[in-house]
Structure formats: C-alpha cells, structure tokens
Ligand binder design. Structure first.
Ligand code: PDD
Length: 285
C-alpha cells in the first residue's frame, strides 16, 4: 500500500481523508503539479515549484510551505514508496470552510495539501516513443485561464475519451482555427529545421517540459517559432510531437487520420527526446 502525504502527515493511502466540504471537491478550487521521477530523482523540480507559486498567486491562495519543505516531502515520498521511475502528484486546495459557499472562505482557512506517488517502472522507455501516437482534433471548450494549473480537468478527460472512441491516443484542441495544446500536453510541429509551437498566453498551460525542450532545441541550433498553427499545417508538417512531465517528448505520427511526414517518429522529435532525457537526468534532484 502506498504512503501518501496529507497536511503534514505521512499516511497509508486508505487513511488519508479529506472533508466533503473541501473547496477542491465542491468547486474544483485547487491547483496541482505533476513531477516526474527518473532513477529515484526529481525532474525539473524547480520549474514545477515556480509554476505552483504562479498558480497559487493567480488564485489568491496562500503558499502552504516553502520550496525546500516541499522538496523534502517529494523526496520522502520517493523514499517511503521506493520509487525509481514514476510521478509525484501534488494538489493544493483552498481547504475546508465547513460549508458550501461561492465566496472564498476567511484568510485563515487552512489549505489542503495532498501528495502521492505513481510508480511507472521503465517510464522513459515507453514503447510509444518508437511507434508514435495518433491524435484527433477537437474543439477547445475549456475556460479562459488555462495558464493556471487547476484541477478542473473534466474537458480534458472528455477529450481523451473522444480520442479513445475514435481509435486514437489523444486529442489536440483547436480554438479559432488554431491548435492550443493537447489535453494534457503541449503541441509542436516541425518543418525542416524549425520547431513551431503556440506562444505562451492565457490559452495554454506554460509547460515546464516545453520551456526545457525549447531551450535545448535552441542550444542545438534548431530554429524555434512560437506562434499559432492550424491542423492543416500540422498534417503537412515533416514531424509533430507533444511534451509533458509524464511523456517527456513523444512523437505524433497521425493527425485526424492523415499521416504526418513518413508516418513514423521523425529525427527531430527523437533527438529532442534523447537530449531532454539525458539533460534532465543530469540535472535531476
Ligand atoms: N499535464 N498542457 C496541459 C493542458 C497539461 O495538463 C500539461 C501537463 C501540459 C504540460 O506541462 P508540463 O510539461 O509542465 O507537464 C500542457 C500533466 C502532466 C498532467 O495533467 O498529468
């Protein structure tokens, strides 16, 4: 049985209980982070800690603990659950005001802090990295502050179910004719030596993996264009791929039934995956 963390305590997972009045449960009033673990160490921890702070600030939520304390909780969970490869999920909600009310509760309401591990042995050797994934496009029907990493994930869940029903692996979301991002990842296309991905703004999550991958791409003399692109442009690109903490860099080989490039993972996505995994392992804490 897993050991999880709830409000300062390490508990067996079946003993960690949160109130029915918790704002996370009633209002989706909470934010989260997912940090990968490779070889028992945390990937991009600093980036996730910075974005956590940004999400908390955007929602006027208190920061429950310092970055160092948070790092220690992550490490302790890795130790207690003997995680080599996998993920750590962290969620902070506005806590339990003792009743349901739309207004934010008083300042002194204690936030709920939950962390748990998900073991994924061999996560970096996912077979999908060799075959690539098939995606469909769907309309982006989420709210307007997608830059805040809230636990409001019903539309992304619906999107993944739509993809499954269509025999695909995932979905890219489209707004005003342009791709915003994947249901739980950032979206890219490659033309020649140029990588194209949507610019940052309120329309997408500012991926931590995205920031690292674009940095590595520039260092490797690839060109990066941060601008919107369409599904038609993506279908005629040389390559496509996604990034996220849980998939790293994953090639996309089919979009709405049309093969991208040769219909197999391309050299740019494959190389970026290698660079990202190598560099992140070196910098892991
Ligand atoms: N998802 N866009 C969305 C909508 C996401 O949910 C995620 C992450 C990303 C990629 O961000 P990062 O590189 O920081 O993981 C982009 C996580 C992994 C999840 O929900 O499980």
């Amino acid at each position: 049985m897993r050991t999880v963390y709830l409000n300062g305590e390490y508990l067996p997972e079946d003993q960690a209980k949160v109130s029915i009045f918790d704002r996370g449960f009633l209002m989706s009033d909470g934010i989260y982070e997912v940090t990968s673990v490779l070889g028992g160490k945390l990937i991009d921890f600093d980036g996730h800690a910075v974005r956590l702070q940004r999400s908390l600030d955007a929602l006027d939520m208190k920061h429950p603990s310092s970055k160092d304390d948070l790092l220690e909780v992550h490490r302790e969970l890795v130790r207690r659950n003997d995680i080599t490869d996998g993920m750590i999920y962290l969620q902070v909600t506005r806590g339990n005001p003792g009743d349901r009310d739309f207004a934010y509760p008083p300042e002194d309401t204690v936030p709920t802090v939950v962390l748990f591990t998900q073991a994924k042995p061999g996560m970096a050797d996912s077979p999908m990295a060799k075959t690539g994934m098939k995606i469909i496009s769907i309309e982006d029907q989420r709210w307007g502050r997608r830059d805040i990493k809230t636990v409001q994930l019903l539309y992304p869940s619906m999107g993944k179910m739509m993809a499954k029903a269509a025999g695909a692996d995932d979905a890219w979301m489209v707004e005003d004719g342009h791709v915003t991002e994947g249901t739980s990842n950032n979206a890219y296309i490659v033309k020649g030596n140029t990588i194209v991905t949507r610019h940052l703004g309120n329309e997408i999550l500012h991926g931590i993996t995205r920031a690292a991958v674009l940095r590595f791409a520039r260092e490797a003399q690839m060109k990066v264009e941060e601008r919107p692109f369409t599904i038609v442009e993506a279908q005629s690109a040389d390559e496509a791929f996604i990034t996220s903490a849980s998939t790293f860099v994953m090639p996309v080989v089919e979009i709405d039934g049309a093969a991208v490039g040769q219909g197999t993972p391309g050299p740019v996505a494959t190389r970026l995956r290698e660079i990202y995994l190598d560099e992140s392992r070196k910098a892991a804490v």
